[in-house]
Design a protein around this ligand. Structure first.
Ligand SMILES: [Zn+2]
Length: 130
């Protein structure tokens, strides 16, 4: 699903061509979790470095993310997101993960971070690493 404002934004900034090119270069997968779909409308175009944080509007700063990943990323940069969610660093990744990273992985970290913030826990939660 595409929010109306986003659609509006995309029409202005990112043409169908760019979106198609991203979809092809990422093999139809979300850059972070590996969610795969042939329907381009299932993905959202993200700025690796948000424009609000001086990210460029150049093609190299774009990537396709699934809705949940894009929402989670918010105003984080690509580097911050990968670090927080323990994903392969961009310079090693070279593309989306070939295996799907489950929603529970992301949720586990989101929750852990929230908990840590609430009360500074000494021990790390036992979320499964990979
Ligand atoms: Zn995703």
């Amino acid at each position: 699903m595409i929010w109306e404002w986003e659609w509006e934004w995309e029409r202005k900034r990112i043409g169908k061509k760019e979106r198609d090119a991203l979809h092809a270069s990422q093999k139809g997968r979300c850059m972070y979790c590996g969610f795969r779909s042939k329907e381009k409308s299932r993905f959202e175009v993200d700025h690796k470095t948000p424009v609000a944080r001086n990210g460029s509007n150049r093609f190299s700063n774009y990537q396709l993310l699934c809705g949940p990943c894009n929402k989670r990323k918010g105003k984080m940069t690509d580097g911050e997101f990968r670090c927080k969610y323990k994903l392969t660093p961009a310079r090693q990744a070279k593309g989306p993960p070939s295996r799907r990273i489950l929603e529970s992985h992301f949720d586990g970290i989101t929750k852990t971070t929230a908990k840590k913030r609430a009360k500074k826990r000494r021990s790390e939660d036992d979320w499964w690493g990979f």
